[in-house]
Design a protein around this ligand. Sequence first.
Ligand code: ZN
Length: 603
Amino acid sequence: MGRIPEETVAQVLDATDIVDLIGSYFPLKRAGTNFVCNCPFHQEKTASFNINPAGQYYHCFGCKESGNAIGFLINYENLPFIDAVKKLADRANIPIIEDVYDPEADKRRRRISRLKEINNEAARYFHKLLLKSPDAQHARDYLKSRGFSKETAEKWLIGWAPKNSSIFLNHLKAKGFNGGEFKNAGLGNLRDKDNPRAGLYSKFYDQLSFPIKNDYGDVVGFSCRILRADDKRGKYINTADSPLFNKSNLLFGLDQARKAIGREKFALICEGQVDTIVLHEAGFENTVSGLGTAFTEQHARMLKRYTNHVTLCYDADSAGLKAADKAFDHLTAIGLPVKLVHLPAGHDPDTYLQEFGPDQFKELLENARDFFDAKLDSLLPQTNLSSASERAELLSDLSKSVAQMSDALLQDATIQIIATRLRIGTDEFRQLVVTQKNKPTYDRRGNDHVEIKTQPTILDKTISYLCHLSLKSNEAAEYLCEQLDSLYEPLQETPGGNLLQTILARRPDTSSSGTVQAFLLTLPEPDQLALRQDFNIEIPENPVASATEAVTLLLATHLQKKEAALRAQLADPNLPPDQMILIVEEIKHMQEFLKNLDSRFIR
Ligand code: ZN
């Protein structure tokens, strides 16, 4: 890897505001012309960590740590110098040209930045249609019915994906984007996977679009909501996972909520995009939500960078309570205390605000209770404690969640609260919690908490091998990056394909084991565990040749699976003849493709 020229380092520092940078990790307080917080480098109760905006440096009066923005990243994120500069450059959108020109790295950077551009362009285009297109009247009506103003739509860049998606495709084409970029951005796919000439389709049509932004405010994907009651698709459809977009590490609204989370000293988590926007508009700007799927461990870790307190505000129904349980498990496992807002039955934040207004909601928030207190409030009225089985079920359910808590003091206090409310002995309940903690994970199969005890991500054997090759050989990684387009579909459908894509998108420099280790630490825990399993594989003498073999094997296996699926369709006696012809053609096409692959890998 090359050296970063000094001018570039200076340019990066110029474009970085150290207050903004450190403020994105911890809530800061103004103190005269400086900002202060508790020192991240030593344990303390009073804030002696000072950030000086004029001089762009930090200094701790307690432990004497000091430095500039780069020094902060080196010390706090444990990054090598070069990576710290790169991270800041990325944040400030400054291209880094290293002294040694690396065409592959350059290509990759350009590819990622094109994906951002196409997403941003799509967001602007959908937004313009929503505001202006005569065909979007029903979308505007819907927003009005939810009480969204034009200003709200503008602030969140809400849009409308046109019913006729070829208008959208033509627009992107006119703006200079190609089909590969469209596909790789997760916006759509080929109409016919084996025949690029048949054209593309868009995942999004006749839907309200909510752009999803990353930490830096770039649009990286969409969550789109259906508008018509007879629309048979899911209520929300998200961008497919791409090198930019991964549901489990994006929180909707975080870019707008970050400052308020620091100010309010807690994050409010709700269930969906519409609730998030409604809450922001009502003045609760510290609100974020996951993207339709459950709240993940990564989400919890992201929030912990900004706050030490979390309040959950989920729908007041059994699905909402279940979702809150999962979020609680992840948050408490990393030591964050959790409160739960108790909405009246049948309400979600939106309906509650409409009926009772923001002042009442504020009162609810202020009265939000400790998670278990609130949970018992909703569970106890429906539980018959004199029934031995109902009682046992409740105790087992509660003890499982308490067992997830990583903060021992908090856990002990919680055990006392629950024991008191259920009128059982503290020791008896503590024993139940200990039993849950010691239970081997295989005993837990079949209950909701299975994925909580972190399980490694499941990796296909070939994928696992390719992941390790990419982490141990720059040449192999380079080669694999070139293959990404043709591997797109197999990677989508093979376990662990996403992890390989992540590694290739970020490609840590394999010549520095520190860089690789630092990169591994940024991955979600299940991925780290999976990669740690076979970390001792040896680098083959010719990594590119080994990568080529593995890629061929991956492609061959994928095609064979597809072919088998098509043959199964052929076996259906009710198959219409015209479809049969199509399938036979497709099988022929696939066999030809297979023939061209290395024959060693075909069964
Ligand atoms: Zn200190």
